[in-house]
Design a protein around this ligand. Structure first.
Ligand code: ZN
Ligand code: ZN
Length: 430
């Protein structure tokens, strides 16, 4: 869906040689803006000996200014059409979040014909269309103890079908500007706050806190977390039961947005995180779960996108991807090409029990023997088992208010007990 607006501007000859702005309103929910500009640039005039020449009579320069007054880009008179989104932009312009509010076209009246010039601007606002994106929210590069540069990691992610990638080096912040620009991949700035008493990711902002990571007390740690939160970072509490660096601050001590219940290959520590998550949900808390590979280098069972977060984002911008993670509108799969879930209500949704009493779900990409389960506060119930690979469609009705979430368990190796292939965030029925 897109809407088009036209703005007409008449520039008097006296304004030649000056700059001015033409304000316009950016509608809410805009994914991409395309701006076209038309005017009579050249006119034919007779030349000597019966020839005709084309003479440049008007030159109007084009630029775009964000509501905060920052220049998004300027292209002189070189381009008559430009486009900007949160992830891509015409050369000369930078990708920008198209926040609703008053934006402006920067008009440069370089040359104006004696009779003046009429300029027509066409603005095309493409609406955001939520879609499922797949990515990894926890990775390391050479900047800490990984072996790849952010650029190498990004190329790897793109080849494996990921749509987004967060760079989260230990205590090493990175801004969006420092990250490479890769078409088709949203790179999310982040840092893994790494402390002897636990790790947490601060995602989406270049500088979540000032000073040192080395909190000497709970109060100092809280100050760091609160600053990160006030600067808009999404805080994920990482690998709470990891063998070497478990979470040692208690689960009520510091503010966080999401719990990383699945970190790297599925193992004992992750199954314990899953147990903690279930406990919190059963206690009536709304806790969105996320996952990340914690990729450092290729190792047995460790792959980029293992596990992969699938998030229903309004656009491919880091802000929209993180908003989906924050809302729990996501599910986790064991690898970039893991199963795909369609579910109603959506994961993360909060619905009224007397209006909606159950889930409808459809899962693609199952393997023979996969078990589809629904987990509520009362425990886990198997909805079905795939006889052959393929898809599953089913419904589940709750016997009372509470939460319900979908899981797929797979026997990855013959004889090895089933492990999660997919874990979805819950729907809350209140
Ligand atoms: Zn860690
Ligand atoms: Zn890590």
């Amino acid at each position: 869906m897109s809407t088009t607006r036209t703005l007409d501007l008449f520039i008097e000859p006296e304004r030649a040689g000056s700059y001015f702005t033409l304000p316009f309103e950016m509608p809410a929910n805009t994914a991409r803006l395309t701006l076209r500009c038309r005017y009579e640039r050249r006119r034919e005039r007779p030349a000597e000996g019966g020839f005709r020449a084309r003479e440049e009579i008007n030159i109007v320069d084009l630029g775009l200014v964000a509501p905060d007054g920052e220049l998004v880009g300027a292209s002189g008179s070189d381009k008559s059409e430009i486009s900007v989104s949160a992830t891509e932009a015409t050369p000369g312009y930078r990708p920008a979040e198209l926040v609703p509010g008053q934006w402006a076209i920067l008009v440069g009246a370089y040359k104006v014909a004696p009779e003046g010039v009429r300029v027509t601007y066409e603005l095309v606002f493409e609406e955001k269309r939520p879609r499922w994106l797949r990515g990894d929210l926890h990775t390391h590069t050479l900047a800490s103890d990984g072996v790849l540069t952010a650029g190498e990691l990004a190329a790897h992610a793109l080849r494996h079908g990921l749509d987004f990638l967060a760079v989260t080096d230990h205590n090493q912040m990175v801004s969006a500007e420092e990250l490479p620009r890769v078409e088709g991949l949203a790179l999310i700035p982040g840092v893994e706050w790494t402390h002897y008493r636990g790790h947490a990711n601060f995602l989406g902002v270049g500088r979540p806190y000032d000073g040192s990571f080395a909190a000497g007390s709970l109060d100092e740690a809280r100050a760091i977390f609160e600053t990160a939160r006030s600067r808009g970072a999404l805080i994920t509490l990482n690998h709470p039961f990891e063998e070497i660096c478990p979470w040692g601050w208690g689960f009520d001590a510091l503010p966080f947005d999401c719990l990383e219940v699945w970190n790297g290959p599925m193992r004992e520590a992750n199954l314990r995180s899953l147990g903690l998550w279930q406990q919190l949900l059963a206690a009536g808390k709304h806790v969105p779960a996320v996952c990340g590979s914690d990729y450092h280098r290729d190792r047995l069972f460790q792959i980029l996108g293992g596990p992969t977060l699938c998030a229903l984002a309004g656009s491919a911008s880091p802000a929209d991807i993180l908003a989906a993670a924050r809302a729990g509108c996501s599910y986790m799969v064991f690898a970039p090409d893991g199963p795909a879930l369609e579910q109603s209500p959506l994961p993360g949704a909060c619905v009224r029990w007397n209006e909606t009493r159950g889930l409808r779900l459809e899962i693609e990409g199952l393997a023979a023997g996969d078990q589809v389960r629904v987990v509520t506060a009362a425990g886990s119930e198997t909805l079905g088992q795939a006889a052959a690979g393929g898809s599953f469609a089913g419904e589940y009705e709750l016997s009372g208010p509470g939460f319900a979430r979908v899981e797929v368990w797979r026997e990855f190796l013959p004889g090895v007990p089933r492990l999660p292939a997919l874990l979805a965030n819950p729907v809350y029925f209140e």
